[in-house]
Design a protein around this ligand. Sequence first.
Ligand SMILES: [Fe+2]
Ligand SMILES: [Fe+2]
Length: 136
Amino acid sequence: MALLAWSLEKYGVKIKDVDEQHQKLINILNELHEATNVGHGEDVIQNIVAELESYTRYHFDLEEKLMRTNHYPDFVEHKKKHDFFTGHVAELHAGLNADKKGLTIDALTFLRDWVHEHITGTDKEYSKYLNNKGMH
Ligand SMILES: [Fe+2]
Ligand SMILES: [Fe+2]
């Protein structure tokens, strides 16, 4: 079973590039879940966490660029949330490298819940603002 299942009703923000990136982000989390479930080695899990870290940065960069160029009023608050999450994922990545341990279920649950809440709450707020400005 997938950790998260992307659907337009649940996660769609009506901006094509962002929706595609959210699907990719959710795919990475599902891969991580799958790798943990089938008991893959730490190296496989570390590689997926590395991918999660770089893709998260890439995705947040796009959103921040969209918000900044469109003068989104809650940009600073939104960026703080992004910075918190990238810091968290970077720490997780570094911890896995140092401990040579697998990913805990708590760590995975945290990632899942944060991404779910962020897309359905925080991202839908800025996307509504951009949709109103004619961006899709
Ligand atoms: Fe997002
Ligand atoms: Fe965001």
